[in-house]
Ligand binder design. Structure first.
Ligand code: ADP
Length: 443
């Protein structure tokens, strides 16, 4: 800023002085001051007046650069050789600020009648005022800079506190969560970026907590489910062992019971393995063209013996082939679970009807029965692992409580959905929607 000001004043003063030097040179020429010696007293007087008017020392030089008039009266008769004088005597006016002296020098040539150069005017003007001004401005700048720095420091201190405090709180909470404290939640209000981040972390922690509890629930359910048949086996085998002379039929009967408990455990473990496979999304689906009508016919064939035993009417309504992209083995198990349930939870002489329909984008398989139905409160829970409604909790149906979880996971993996429509006591209908085309890249 100071440099800009200094340059501005320098150029302005130089131009002004140059203008004055030229004017003076003209007037010296017009008044014949140099050629007519009788005018010299008036000449000096005029110079003095002019010098006061423009606040500059005036020197008049002849063509040999000798001083013939000096308003300071100190250098008369001396020769003065500086670039400005040399330039002027060559016919070029010049003006410069000389850093060493801190003064501005401006010169102009004095021409004679025929254009010859008779001498030169040299004006010397101080630049001190400007230097003083700049020095006092410097002090002001310094003062201003200190004030601005202090203000900025205060603002930074206050705002950084505002930003850092919530960040520190966030980091503290994240540390606690990382240490396994999943009940921890990030506190924060407002709509700024940090509270949005806090909310996102809270949602993530809720999910982690949910996963954590459902995992331990799952493990406890598995243990419980496996413990029940194991205890039966233990009781049965001990009662045989404790009898010294038991009849052969009793052995057979107990061994049959043990055998069916082992079957039950095998079923649970097989279902668990299927679920684990479905959960392991890395394994993905083994997609291929699947003819749903043929698949349903296959399932019906395997379930036919069950239907016969219970005297249930099993109907398939599928008037045309519907071909979709699917993992046939997994899908077949999923739909088979639905039909199997429908048969299990329908009393004798009931009807189970399986229907296959489609539109442009989706295939729909519905399994409707005339069985015991599912109450509205229980409908959202039946897809949970090991969930059984109270009525069916006695294990007489032989279910593991995992069948619908397997079906649900499989349908979701196929980007479809499943819903249940039912009224307690008057049958249930499960409807599965499956997209006909799978986006294979997505897998
Ligand atoms: P399960 O092996 O016990 O059948 P599922 O996961 O297949 O386990 O089903 C969970 C529970 O949902 C069943 O125990 C039963 O209470 C209920 N359920 C399933 N399908 C039907 C149905 N068609 N009618 C009535 N209840 C059903």
């Amino acid at each position: 800023m100071n440099n800009v000001l200094k340059n501005y004043f320098e150029v302005r003063n130089e131009q002004n002085l140059l203008y004055q030097a030229n004017k003076l040179a003209g007037s010296v020429k017009n008044n014949n001051y140099l050629t007519d010696p009788t005018l010299s007293a008036k000449f000096l007087n005029d110079l003095d007046e002019k010098s006061t008017e423009i606040s500059a020392r005036i020197l008049v030089l002849n063509s040999d650069a000798e001083i013939i008039a000096d308003t300071n009266r100190t250098e008369t008769d001396k020769t003065i050789i500086i670039p400005e004088v040399i330039d002027a005597l060559k016919g070029t006016a010049a003006a410069n600020l000389r850093g060493s002296t801190g003064k501005i020098y401006a010169s102009a040539a004095i021409d004679g009648e025929n254009g010859e150069i008779l001498g030169a005017i040299l004006l010397v003007s101080g630049f001190d005022e400007v230097y003083d001004l700049l020095a006092s401005l410097n002090k002001d700048w310094l003062f201003l800079t200190i004030i601005i720095s202090v203000v900025i420091a205060i603002i930074v201190y206050i705002t950084s506190g505002h930003i850092l405090k919530p960040l520190t709180r966030l980091v503290d909470s994240i540390r606690k969560i990382t240490d396994g404290n999943l009940q921890e939640r990030v506190a924060g209000k407002g709509k700024n970026e940090i509270s949005v981040l806090g909310d996102a972390i809270n949602i993530m922690t809720e999910k982690l907590e949910y996963e954590d509890t459902s995992r331990s629930e799952f493990v406890s359910n598995v243990s419980h489910e496996l413990k029940t048949p194991l205890s039966s086996i233990k009781v049965l085998s001990e009662s045989i062992l404790l009898q010294d002379t038991a009849p052969e039929e009793m052995y057979k009967e107990f061994l049959q019971d043990i055998n069916s408990e082992i079957d039950r455990m095998t079923n649970i473990i097989n279902d668990l393995l299927s679920l684990v496979k479905l959960d392991n999304r890395e394994a993905g689906l083994n997609l291929g063209e699947t003819n749903l009508r043929m698949m349903l016919i296959g399932i019906m064939k395997t379930l036919y013996p069950l239907v016969k035993v219970k005297d249930i009417e099993l109907i398939l309504e599928a008037d045309k082939d519907v071909i979709i992209d699917a993992d046939e083995t997994k899908l077949s198990l999923a739909i088979s679970n639905l039909i199997d349930n429908a048969i299990k939870y329908t009393p004798s002489e009931g009807v189970v009807k399986v229907t296959l329909e489609n539109d442009h984008q989706n295939a729909f398989i519905s399994v409707a029965d005339t069985g015991i139905g599912i109450s509205e409160e229980e409908q959202p829970k039946i897809f949970n692992r090991f969930y059984r409604t109270d009525k069916t909790r006695d294990r007489e149906t032989g279910g593991t409580g995992l069948g619908l979880s397997i079906t649900h996971s499989t349908v979701l993996l196929h980007n479809g959905n499943i819903k249940v429509i039912s009224k307690e006591g008057s049958g249930a209908t499960f409807i599965v929607r499956l997209p006909i085309k799978q986006n294979r890249e997505e897998k």
